[in-house]
Ligand binder design. Structure first.
Ligand SMILES: Cc1ncc(COP(=O)(O)O)c(C=O)c1O
Length: 412
């Protein structure tokens, strides 16, 4: 039918006067701008439902998040080891606050920016686990320490220690440092043994640095497939950093912190004599990567539940054996060899199919996938996936309960 101006006016008038259409509450398809406006106006998101959110969207299932935090907290208490969870995973003060309320000593951060965001939100006793080298980062560390004297950072080189000491002297401050010892990864960290002891002796002579302990993170252990193999790996590579820690103690140095561990070794490292705290991160969210390494009790690592997901919509379904969703390279982290997995559906493989597209390839799909379906995906790798989004939509069942900014997003 050809729509003329007159017939269009007639159509809109008839729609406007049709009582059934007027009385039906329209389902709101919110845009991100509208959601932001509601939040800024103080109107909040009360009454908003998950199926009204734009996709792709980053979701946090609050029930699962809370149970993961509780489980890790109970584990640390039962294993007599402290917890300073790593906030690089979530970059979100609301989650850090819950981790501290559950007994965390504070949180770790990877970047000075994450630390600044956490400090501004009132999170204390931060441990920054990457070396802060250069004028920009050193000055920001000093500013942070002047506000929160409990802040700690890591050092793996005598020159870096001297630079920090000099800057701290000029600012009339003392910086708390841990010696970063490399268990095996060749990422950061001084070699264990005489090298680490030499650095410790050097730091002891620098009046504006306070040596608090040792940081030794074995990322190489965290994703070793199979519980026993992971245990063997972690116990083997952590021996040398632990011995260095004991040597520092024997030499009378005031080292009281031995920090390391990951979600993959949370139930392995407490058995290492000398470890004082764990810096587990991914357990709050989980991801495909961790699920694939296997747990103590089976082929899938399910100690913690996948509380993080990306909500996506099936936007094309023209073939019996495949469909397309609106979530591609821009929606998921791409640093792993595999893509995301749909929650609650088996027999379907996700393949990246462009910036905004993902292909679902059916082999023996456990339920029909229809055009317009909204599917939740467990992300391949949680940390970089979170960094792609500005906000978490926090849900309980079908309801959106809160919107939390990924406040420490970005890098520098
Ligand atoms: C230094 C450091 N500590 C702790 C963690 C937390 O590890 P996970 O997320 O595997 O628990 C990471 C993660 O990359 C890390 O880089």
């Amino acid at each position: 039918m050809k729509v003329t101006r007159r017939s269009w006016i007639g159509m809109t008038l008839s729609l406007a006067t049709t009582p059934t259409l007027l009385s039906a509450k329209p389902r709101s398809g919110y845009s991100l701008v509208e959601i932001e406006k509601r939040l800024h106006s103080g109107k909040g998101i009360e009454g908003m439902m998950k199926d009204e959110l734009p996709t792709p969207a980053l979701l946090v299932d609050l029930d699962l998040l809370e149970s993961n935090i509780q489980k890790m907290s109970q584990h640390s208490k039962a294993s007599s080891i402290q917890l300073r969870p790593h906030a690089k995973t979530h970059k979100c003060p609301e989650i850090a606050r819950r981790q501290v309320q559950a007994g965390g000593l504070g949180v770790c951060t990877s970047t000075i920016h994450e630390a600044e965001v956490m400090a501004a939100a009132g999170i204390r006793d931060l441990l920054i686990t990457s070396e802060l080298v250069g004028k920009n980062k050193t000055e920001r560390l000093l500013r942070l320490t002047s506000k929160q004297p409990g802040t700690m950072s890591v050092v793996d080189h005598a020159t870096h220690a001297e630079q920090l000491n000099e800057a701290a002297a000029a600012a009339k401050l003392t910086l708390n440092v841990l010696i970063d010892i490399d268990p095996i990864g060749r990422r950061t960290g001084i070699l264990p043994g005489d090298d680490a002891l030499g650095l410790a002796e050097k730091i002891m002579k620098l009046p504006h640095l306070k040596l608090r302990g040792v940081h030794a993170y074995s990322g190489a252990s965290s994703h070793v497939p199979g519980f026993e193999a992971r245990q063997e790996h972690s116990h083997r590579v952590m021996q040398a950093p632990l011995e260095s820690f004991f040597r520092m103690q024997k030499a009378g140095m005031p080292v009281e912190i031995m920090s390391g561990g990951s979600t993959g070794t949370y139930n392995i490292d407490p058995a290492l004599k000398g470890m004082t705290e764990l810096q587990t991160g991914s357990y709050v969210f989980m991801d495909v990567d961790y699920r694939r390494v296997g747990g103590k009790s089976g082929a899938v690592y399910e100690d913690f539940a996948p509380s993080l997901s990306v909500l996506a919509t099936v936007i094309s379904k023209n073939h019996p054996d495949r469909a397309t969703v609106d979530a591609g390279f821009k929606a998921f982290a791409t640093d792993r060899k595999f893509g995301p997995e749909i929650k609650g559906v088996t027999g379907v493989d996700y393949q990246f199919n462009g910036d905004e597209h993902g292909a679902l390839i059916f082999s023996n799909v456990s339920r029909e996938i229809r055009l317009g379906d909204r599917l939740e995906f467990i992300v391949p790798h949680c940390d970089p996936n979170v960094n792609l989004y500005d906000r978490f939509f926090c849900v309980r069942g079908d309801k959106v309960m809160a919107v939390w900014p990924v406040a420490g997003r970005g890098y520098s």
